[in-house]
Design a protein around this ligand. Structure first.
Ligand SMILES: Cc1cc2nc3c(=O)[nH]c(=O)nc-3n(C[C@H](O)[C@H](O)[C@H](O)COP(=O)(O)OP(=O)(O)OC[C@H]3O[C@@H](n4cnc5c(N)ncnc54)[C@H](O)[C@@H]3O)c2cc1C
Length: 454
């Protein structure tokens, strides 16, 4: 046996599993295999001047490497069972919250001290939302910000590097069951372990699917969220973001009764691109440091699409829509709300003259050529609903970037220990389909580490 535990993926799930294992049993031999770079080597070449769009690096530094997809994120740790994953369905609501609070404490001990915890408890905004056919979901949100989030990751790596063996730029190619554990195959050789924790995240979704197929582990997938990222003057949302930082607001459309929701709100933030398996979509983040803030707030508006039998490839559907926007715009498309309403494309001139200055250099175009009517109608309806609680949302100058797709990893069949039918093989984090967020993924890492320690 080379290792007691091998962890695949050094995103929040893998990091917190390694943290909990090595802290509680320093005698354990733990290895972490990561397809991407070490934290300090993670650099996205897009500088907005020489490199303006995604050049499809071998390892995407935004999605891969120590820190996983969350490394350059806004570092919003939502402590809630209302969104961010269905961890509570496996481990219970109280345990899930306890673990998220534990993760929060570790983040604070490792550089996050002094960052603000926002909460929806006792807010009047809930009533105002209700009066306007909107629902505000309950949560506490720790906002680390992109800068502090990076510091926390740096400190966690400093803590772990001598306690576990890290192998960067070493994607695991396959997992095989052996008599006493598992054989992990990489291009640089094979490694044996007693227990294996897989935390491959969103970027590892295709590999995860193949792995489950080869090990005959059942999976299911029937959901994808599709929409746009909205960018507007921060002052229009300040009454919400100052109090709650991130408000998760849900709206049910009149016509199709689809659920549209706000997602990943970034006050005074920037819109960025995201590359998942070669498909360029849009995302956003913001800094804790006031000097790095912009004048805009951005958030996604996503329409949830659940498919029924016989269709199974929900991610394929989302990918096709994202590919269409990549085909038309060479990447992300930006359009003024006023242009959408007038049924015309945005042009470079209209974007330059727009009152809201875009924080991402995207291709001016026409999102109605990309998004299915049902999804576009849902987004427009929600913008008008939001306009009632944050007047100005439906201004002509509001910018819409597309497309934003929230791919859901297929759900892997795991039990209440997040363990597969193979004893000792755990699948956690976003790669399991059970979590979709920093806090839930991190909590799942702590949870399986404790199960192994037991
Ligand atoms: C731009 C951006 C902003 C975000 N902002 C937020 C936010 O503010 N709040 C929030 O809650 N969530 C946010 N998210 C989502 C959040 O980052 C993820 O939910 C979280 O990182 C999931 O953690 P994970 O450990 O499950 O997977 P990941 O963080 O995706 O990590 C998985 C790791 O596994 C590695 N890997 C994959 N396959 C293999 C393999 N075969 N061998 C070895 N290594 C492999 C990958 O390289 C990756 O580093 C954001 C995501 C992005 C992209």
């Amino acid at each position: 046996m080379d290792y007691d535990v091998i962890i695949i993926g050094a995103g929040p799930g893998g990091i917190f599993a390694a943290y909990e294992l090595t802290k509680n049993d320093p005698s354990l031999k733990v290895a972490v295999f990561e397809a991407g770079h070490a934290l300090e080597d993670r650099v996205c070449p897009i500088d907005g001047v020489k490199v303006r769009g995604c050049i499809h690096c071998k390892s995407c530094s935004i999605m891969s490497g120590f820190g996983g997809a969350g490394a350059f994120s806004d570092g919003k740790y939502n402590i809630t069972n209302d969104f961010g994953g269905t961890l509570h369905e496996h481990i219970g609501r109280d345990e899930a919250i306890r673990l998220m609070e534990y993760v929060d404490r570790i983040n604070l001990e490792n550089g996050g001290e002094g960052t603000k915890l926002y909460s929806t408890t006792n807010t009047d905004l809930k009533k105002i939302c209700m009066q306007n056919k909107l629902q505000l979901l309950d949560a506490s949100v720790r906002h680390l910000g992109t800068d502090i989030n990076y510091v926390v990751l740096k400190n966690l790596f400093a803590l772990l590097k001598d306690k576990a063996s890290f192998f960067f730029m070493t994607p695991v190619e396959s997992i095989k069951k052996t008599a006493d554990g598992f054989l992990i195959h990489t291009k640089d050789g094979d490694h044996e372990c007693r227990k294996c924790i897989v935390s491959a995240g969103r970027i590892g979704s295709k590999w995860m699917e193949e792995t489950c197929r080869s090990l005959d582990i059942p999976t299911k997938s029937n959901r994808v969220d599709i929409g746009v990222r909205v960018e507007l003057p921060a002052v229009l949302f300040a009454h919400l973001t100052d109090e709650l930082y991130e408000s998760k607001i849900v709206y049910r459309t009149e016509k199709f009764e689809d659920r549209v929701r706000t997602f990943c709100m970034n006050p005074y933030g920037s819109v960025v691109t995201e590359n998942t398996n070669g498909i360029v979509t849009v995302n956003g983040h913001s800094f804790d440091d006031p000097e790095k803030r912009t004048k805009n707030t951005n958030f996604a508006l996503l329409v949830a699409k659940h498919f029924s039998e016989p269709f199974k490839d929900s991610n394929g559907y989302g990918e096709s829509i994202a590919r269409l926007s990549n085909m038309l715009g060479g990447g992300v498309i930006v359009q003024r709300f006023g242009d959408i309403i007038r049924g015309r494309r945005s042009t470079a001139k209209r974007i330059t003259e727009n009152f809201v200055t875009p924080t991402l250099q995207a291709e001016p175009g026409d999102l109605s050529l990309v998004l299915p009517k049902r999804i576009m109608d849902g987004i427009l309806e929600m913008i008008y609903a939001l306009d009632k609680i944050a007047p100005g949302t439906a201004n002509d100058d509001t910018l819409l970037y597309g497309v934003e797709v929230k791919f859901y990893n297929m759900e892997v069949d795991v039990n209440e220990n997040l363990e597969t039918a193979y004893k000792g093989l755990y699948i956690i984090g976003d790669g399991s389909g059970v979590t979709h967020s920093l806090s839930h993924a991190s909590a799942s890492g702590v949870y399986v580490a404790r199960k192994i320690l037991e």
